[in-house]
Design a binder for this molecule. Structure first.
Ligand code: PXG
Length: 450
């Protein structure tokens, strides 16, 4: 029997490979994982199937990205069709039609004059691109001294050097040490003392945005290029912005000529029950970074959307010269664009962003039903996101949440943990019955975990 290259996909779909050694896995305890691997081999709708044939309910939309659920036929067909028509087109000084169409449709979804999209292949690349655009903008705008970048403690902006510099997660920085020099951080907004068990946006904490004023006093407004925040911090363990906080940041940035970047890699595409966080909070940032849900995660893709004024400030000088010395081989890759166009269609046709908003109250009740379960010290929710914070084991932080994650997986539920927080972010097609099952499994698991 002749084997085709494609049959490799089928051959490997049902077994654990003999050699796990050659692969160095990202953000994974490699040795621990390989001693007891968890392999997923197929996915449809709300479920994965594991290599041992078990159905796993997806409580995390993969990694916050499969917003329309798995295996969407519309997306598969679009990618297949494009793969057959044209695999790749050069992205520098050449183009193909799909990328213009996707840029037009994407920018039409964003508020205000967020009118121009630059494509990347990941959230990390989107963040580094956004930071570079901010710097280039100020230079073009006659303020080359604006070079400082402000992030936030506990922020996650991917793993590029720009992203870890403005990011505020110690572990992601410590091993590498050498980072962008002119960076400072706002305080994070998490407070168990004031906000534990809040529903939706906590009341306390808008004043924390005023720390930006202190940083402006410290460094001088004319040295600061941009502030970058996740409108809702996901990776660090689901920190919901206090009511009024983002508005204050916007105002302070406006008063001081500082660009505001919303990193919407997680919050984009319906996650919070609105198209984007900027729509939900009615705030127009200057730059938005995207990835994940842009293609429903079917093909890697990211994007940066900027306001007209930023774009136009760079579209100056002789027309034969490149305006921004930045880009990727795979910027606007044809397969990614096909996937993106199809994903946007699916979101619209299935009205998934409204669906997330409609389900959010039920979700909130389910989240807070865990209040009296063992180890729970906080519950947080917004849209279809939840954070369940556990009391750390004395001297062994993160191990309790990790044990809960492994047990949930054994019970057929995929959750995500970060530190001692269990984070949930299901596909937006989730049904009430799935929600009941998720919180049932988690509640029982917490009672069993030591
Ligand atoms: N910005 C934000 C806000 C993110 O959440 C990135 C940038 C980087 O994206 P890429 O595509 O380069 O990974 C992210 C990524 C988790 C988790 O479980 C979160 C992310 C990635 C993997 C896991 O919290 N966010």
């Amino acid at each position: 029997m002749s084997t085709t290259a494609a049959s490799v996909v089928d051959d490997l779909a049902g077994k654990t490979p003999n050699n796990l050694d050659a692969l160095w896995m990202p953000f994974t305890a490699n040795r621990q994982f390989k001693a007891n691997p968890r392999l997923l081999v197929s996915a449809e709708g709300m479920h994965y199937r594991s290599v041992d044939g078990r159905e796993i309910l997806d409580g995390t939309a993969g990694l916050w990205c499969v917003n329309a659920g798995h295996g969407r036929k519309e997306i598969i067909e679009a990618v297949q069709r494009q793969a057959e028509r044209m695999d790749y087109a050069p992205s520098f000084q050449m183009a193909h039609p799909l990328q213009f169409e996707l840029a037009a449709r994407l920018t039409a979804m964003l508020p205000g004059d967020l009118d121009h999209a630059f494509f990347t292949n990941s959230g990390s690349e989107s963040v580094d691109t956004a930071l570079k655009i901010a710097l280039a903008y100020h230079q073009a705008n006659g303020e080359p001294g604006r070079t400082r970048l402000i992030g936030r403690e506990r922020g996650y902006h991917g793993v590029g050097f720009g992203g870890i510099s403005v990011g505020g997660i110690g572990n992601n920085r410590r091993q590498f040490r050498n980072q962008l020099p002119e960076v400072d951080h706002l305080p994070h907004t998490h407070s168990l003392e004031h906000n534990a068990f809040s529903r939706g946006q906590p009341e306390w904490g808008a004043h924390l945005a005023d720390s930006l004023t202190s940083l402006i006093q410290l460094h001088g407004a004319d040295s600061i290029a941009a502030v970058i925040v996740e409108p809702m911090a996901g990776s660090t363990g689901v920190l919901i912005p206090p009511a009024g906080y983002l508005r204050r940041l916007r105002n302070i940035c406006d008063q001081n000529g500082i660009l505001l970047i919303f990193d919407e890699v997680i919050t984009g595409f319906g996650r919070l029950g609105a198209s984007f966080a900027c729509e939900l909070f009615d705030i127009v940032p200057d730059i938005v970074t995207l990835a994940k849900g842009l293609t429903n995660a079917s093909v890697p893709m990211g994007g940066v959307v900027v306001r007209k004024g930023i774009h136009d400030a760079l579209m100056t000088g002789p027309e034969h010269l490149i305006e921004l010395f930045h880009g990727y081989t795979y910027s606007g890759h044809p397969l990614a664009c096909a996937a993106g166009l199809a994903a946007l269609d699916v979101y619209r046709q299935d009205e998934l962003f409204d669906r997330a908003a409609d389900l959010a109250p039920y979700w909130e009740e389910a989240v807070h039903s865990l209040r009296d379960r063992k180890h729970v010290i906080d519950l947080r929710n917004l849209g279809l996101v939840a954070g369940i914070e556990l009391e750390p084991r004395p001297g062994k932080p993160t191990t309790r949440a990790y044990d809960a994650f492994v047990r949930c997986f054994e019970e057929g539920l995929l959750v995500r943990t970060t530190g001692d927080v269990i984070a949930l972010s299901p596909p937006l097609i989730v049904e009430r019955s799935h929600i009941d099952r998720m919180f049932g499994v988690i509640g029982d698991t917490l009672d069993q975990v030591a």
